[in-house]
Design a protein around this ligand. Sequence first.
Ligand SMILES: Nc1ncnc2c1ncn2[C@@H]1O[C@H](COP(=O)(O)OP(=O)(O)OP(=O)(O)O)[C@@H](O)[C@H]1O
Ligand SMILES: [Mg+2]
Length: 487
Amino acid sequence: MQMFRKIGDEVVLVYNPRREKVEVGENIKIIDEKEGRGLLVQVIEQNLVDLTGILEDIIRIESMERMSFEEHAPPEYGKYTFDVKNMKFARAKIRKELRVSDQVEEIVDWTGWVPDRSAKVEPIDDSWILDKLKIGKKFYKYPIFLGNTAHNKKDLVISAHNLQGISIIVGKKGTGKSHLAKALLLGLIDNGAMGLVFDINDEYSALRYNTDGTESRYSDKIITLEPGVNLRFTLQYIGSDVFFDVIQTAMGLPEASAFELRNIWEELEKNGQLTFRNLRQQAKNTLDRRILGAIIRRLDRMAQTKLFTDNPQEATELEKEFEKIRSGGALVINLKLKSKDTIDLVVQTVLSKLQEILEKGGRPVFIFAEEAHFYLRETDWADAVTRMRHLGTYQIYMTNTPTEIRELVIRQADNLFLFHLTEESDLTHVSPAAKIDPETIIQVAKALPSRRCLMVGEVTNHYPFIIDVKSLDVKVAGATRKYFKVP
Ligand SMILES: Nc1ncnc2c1ncn2[C@@H]1O[C@H](COP(=O)(O)OP(=O)(O)OP(=O)(O)O)[C@@H](O)[C@H]1O
Ligand SMILES: [Mg+2]
């Protein structure tokens, strides 16, 4: 393998595929031994060498198909032309510079230096680079094993510490996003952290079981909350701030009507009579017909979701649920087949309440949000990203429509897990999250098979790695149910 040229922050390596194999994502060293310096580059694309001479040759042979001709050349020449025609090049990004002194190699940021063409080019083992970047089990107090590097099959272990920010998992349908999210969640639980999952496909509760149906080691660490069944709130508990935030924003109640309703709320609260039923009744008894309709319609829609109850025995307190998973666990809120109203109401009530809990000094929580654009409004994104993050909610967003993720979130993302994705617009939208060159994202995302992802960010010390995500030893529901089955 040889370095052919450098363009910007890329080098082009030429190699003979009959002798050497190169893969996208592979790390390569280019060492100038005399100078004691080198480059660490990573392959982002491979291609055939496109030289005018080769093209002419191919066209000549194709057009002479029906003619017979004899070529008199020594056999080595034949082999040589064959090799030339099949030479490949690998486009590789310069990631780091290497300084070698007394046989010890040290990784530093690239200074713009390039070796000459005589430099030695050699593939490197991923464990070498993981060690240099101080990534791996031996470096971490809170390790989470996620899978193996794609080409060298080395363990990729991240630190739960580095998930304390915003992480984004994107990729086409069925590429393995939720599976990775589950691996992250279980890893966090193993390290004693608490999670909260907005589960729109009802696929996280299954983690309570092993593949053979018996209870898994997470059986009492994963608590499923069903809105309207074991997730119900009293008005007293959610409080007026949360209630009015929700009725005004999720339900669209105009300010003037909300003002009237708030007066009734306060009156009832003062007399110790605050219940959903009393609120509705009192509104009916006292309010003007012009605004009454708007209020009653919204209250009835809220009642239909069964999220509110006047019976304290039936009511949920999130603090108590979190208490049950103090030593690590997750609250999974099942939103499958719920109406849009229910989903909006649940998400907003839970997020507002969570914010209140954290403001009072509650313990940080990792929020897992699948397809969050279905239920997060503009203000929720802003809140979640800035205020709630500050308070200690860390967020993991998963989606197959990355353009729906707000730019604000992308720009503040700490980690990106990228599965197969081909749309140019999706790729350019998410690439700022990676804080590396956009070409890497664009080229690599197209070349990823299912269950393989590119990960970059705090978790990888900002060096992109391509990994095959590990399988899980517990049950994973999730694949879409199909009527026609493969025999
Ligand atoms: N690393 C893996 N090892 C074993 N099975 C996997 C792995 N990754 C994904 N799967 C399986 O492949 C299927 C699709 O994965 P998953 O549900 O995670 O995809 P997804 O990207 O979340 O899809 P969607 O966009 O539909 O939500 C699931 O049945 C899952 O269990
Ligand atoms: Mg999924």
